[in-house]
Design a protein. Structure first.
Length: 702
């Protein structure tokens, strides 16, 4: 048997929704990525593809090869150099358990391990492993809360508590399972999920709710008699959701949860009082239950540290309130607390199996791998930047292929240029270094603007993000100024904590202060992100404010950008003022470089020569929609082919320079809706998310 003095190279691969891959070498994460960042499909795949494994007898299904290839290429490794592949899933791919070894194209099949232990509980266990071992705690209580994990005859796991030690020893303190197979379902995560669907914040194609919207709306609500009854009663770790289910039954909403794409409440530019109060109610009930479980777990274990994981740990409002209770000395979150972090837990599981004889999970290595390793610990997480870097040659190649003019800046020029633009109120695309893990942009794949302008939030929504007006934007603050501006003693490097803004700062950073005087903050240190730190520092020198507004570099319904071409695609569909790709500065694209064309199957049904304002457009599936189109621009619709640039079209219609910005906004809106394609150099860019049908709600401010 060959002896290795260094640690193993392990690859964790998760097959559920939010598929991902994590490459760990010598106990440290080298690279990790979610599949959605690469295939550009939110949460990785449609819900219907999850069932392919069962349909094809476990021999075929959606496998995140893009993520696997990405990690291998970034680490300059081949498949055969991986010591152990650890593959897991909560339900979708269990039919592949026996055949998955044959699925990985390597000769030594003992290197492939499909993990289903601890029995019927591996999903929460892997959340626990990632949450604990990436912390710096020698020992901690671990609280996992999500919608559901593994299922057995006692039901689906929803809330679990562990006690974990870096020695590899662990114990399960409690587990709450619920048996409902259809709505209304119990559990903190499922309660929040169902209310989000009722409010209209759910994606039926993907099969997941959008609870972040519900959380944002909750700050506008208040307690009312209609919601006076408690939804959750507690008895130790046990949670009883009878009150919640009774309210659903009495209102008849239990029969409507997943029936409508738009939810059950009237939709308009402003959510109704009922919607706001319902969001407030579910948020308050979730907070009380989370704090109760944390408090009970502390009393049961005596632990001084808590690691929080599972999708519910993305509820930054609840996280902030939990911190303020001071139940534990330290509360730790990883940036990928959701299922996108499952591959990290799987990689840790494999590393411990190979190196730690004191670690026992019920899994056994199948007569291999044919090497042994010294006992080796897991390195705590130092930062969220665990994607790959795109070097100057890759960026410049993409820019040249797109035919875009650019300026190359020195490091100092980059910071000075970007901070000057931000200080003047401009909105920038900021693409730097290694991409972040998790659903938050943390300064490397971000859209930035100054928070000092009162109208910055409205401008972002109208020109770039096109999302609900009630949703707040987040501040990134220099870590040393955190306590001066926010009422918190904790660092928040992963934007997972909401804190009150000190009163004297509310008017100084109005664009990032929510309606209730709070903000979901990110603390930025020079050690973990020196370039982002220097940018904020330079902005502070110009404005006196050590804060920048930071939102994810994407459009609504689009994954956060990963590669330079993704950033360019987002740039050309929005009205960002400038784009910074590494040290490359790209300004507004000139009209002579823009060639728009109508995509096959799309038709304008309205008389183009008519005077009526709305233009009726038909999608390939024959659905139609109306788009406001000023009469003076109508003739452009006849010129949408690759032979006419925007400059050509303006000249033929005798439009003046002052018309360009308005026309540009209309063309970009048509592109976001899916009916136009942009020829940009060698690339053809379109919103493929909407190739066959309309999804107007993604890109209209409601």
């Amino acid at each position: 048997m060959r002896k290795k003095s260094s640690g193993p190279t392990v690859m964790g691969i998760y097959l559920g929704h939010d598929q991902s891959c994590c490459l760990m070498r010598n106990g440290s994460i080298e690279f990790t990525i979610e599949e959605e960042r690469l295939n550009r499909y939110k949460h990785g795949r449609p819900r219907k593809l999850g069932g392919l494994w069962a349909q094809f007898s476990g021999k075929f299904g959606y496998f995140p090869w893009a993520s696997v290839s990405y990690c291998l290429k970034a680490a300059a490794l081949e498949l055969c150099e991986i010591d152990l592949f650890v593959i897991g899933d909560d339900q979708w791919a269990k039919d592949a358990k026996e055949s998955i070894q044959e699925f990985i194209p390597i000769l030594d099949k003992t290197k492939v391990l499909y993990v289903d232990q601890p029995q019927d509980a591996s999903h929460h266990f892997h959340h626990g492993l990632s949450s604990f071992f990436l912390s710096k705690c020698p020992e901690a209580a671990v609280l996992i809360i999500d919608g559901d994990g593994n299922v057995n005859h006692d039901g689906y796991e929803a809330e679990t508590g562990f006690l974990m030690s870096r020695s590899g020893k662990w114990s399960q303190v409690f587990k709450n399972r619920y048996t409902e197979k259809s709505p209304p379902r119990s559990g903190i995560g499922w309660m929040y999920e169902q209310i989000s669907y009722l409010l209209g914040y759910g994606n039926h194609e993907i099969g997941l709710a959008e609870p972040g919207k519900t959380m944002g709306l909750s700050s506008y609500g208040r307690p009312t008699k209609e919601f006076a009854e408690e939804w959750i009663s507690t008895d130790g770790f046990r949670l009883d959701f009878s009150g919640f289910k009774r309210w659903l039954s009495q209102t008849g909403y239990d029969q409507l949860i997943f029936k409508s794409q738009k939810g059950i409440l009237p939709r308009s530019c402003e959510p109704s009082a009922m919607a706001k109060n319902l969001a407030y109610k579910v948020q308050i009930e979730a907070e009380k239950a989370i704090i109760h479980l944390a408090n009970t777990l502390q009393k049961e274990t005596g632990a001084v540290n808590l690691c929080l994981g599972g999708g519910v740990a993305l509820n930054s409002v609840a996280n902030g309130k939990l911190l303020r209770k001071n139940i534990f000395d330290e509360v730790y979150f990883i940036p990928a607390v959701h299922d996108g972090g499952q591959s990290i837990g799987l990689a840790i599981h494999g590393h411990l199996l190979l190196t730690n004889p004191d670690f026992h999970s019920g899994m056994k290595i199948r007569s291999g791998p044919k090497c042994s390793f010294d006992q080796q610990g897991i390195s705590p997480l130092e930062s969220a930047y665990l994607g790959r870097t795109y070097d100057d040659s890759e960026i410049s190649k993409t820019l040249v292929e797109c035919g875009l003019a650019f300026e190359i800046l020195s490091d100092e020029e980059l910071i000075e240029s970007a901070s000057a633009q931000l200080a003047s109120g401009k909105i920038l695309g900021w693409f730097q270094g290694r991409s972040e893990i998790g659903p938050r942009s943390l300064g490397n794949r971000s859209i930035l603007t100054s928070p000092t302008f009162q109208n910055a939030k409205d401008m972002l929504n109208a020109r770039v993000k096109f999302r609900e007006s009630f949703r707040p934007f987040a501040p990134s603050v220099l870590a040393e100024f955190c306590k001066e501006i926010f009422d918190t003693c904790a660092n928040s490097p992963y934007m997972l904590v909401v804190a009150d803004v000190h009163e004297q700062w509310i008017d100084k950073i109005p664009a990032v202060v929510h309606v209730d005087g709070t903000a979901r903050l990110q603390t930025v240190s020079e050690l973990t992100n020196p370039r982002f730190y220097r940018l904020i520092k330079s902005l502070q020198a110009r404005t006196g404010v050590p804060v920048v507004l930071n939102t994810s570099f994407n459009l609504a319904g689009m994954p956060i950008v990963e590669a330079p071409i993704d950033a360019i695609k987002c740039f050309v569909q929005t009205q960002l003022d400038e784009l910074y790709l590494g040290n490359f500065r790209i300004k507004t694209i000139k009209p002579e470089s823009l060639n728009y064309m109508l995509k096959p199957g799309w038709k304008f049904l309205t008389n183009i020569a008519g005077e009526e304002s709305p233009v009726n457009i038909s999608a390939p599936n024959k659905t139609t929609t109306n788009v406001e189109f000023p009469p003076r621009f109508r003739r452009i619709l006849e010129l949408l082919d690759s032979n006419n640039t925007m400059q050509d079209m303006m000249e033929r219609l005798e439009l003046v320079e002052e018309d360009y910005n308005e026309l540009d906004a209309i063309m970009k809106r048509l592109m976001r809706l899916g009916c136009l394609e942009l020829k940009l150099g060698r690339h053809r860019i379109s919103n493929t998310r909407n190739d066959n049908t309309w999804d107007k709600t993604l890109y209209e401010t409601v």
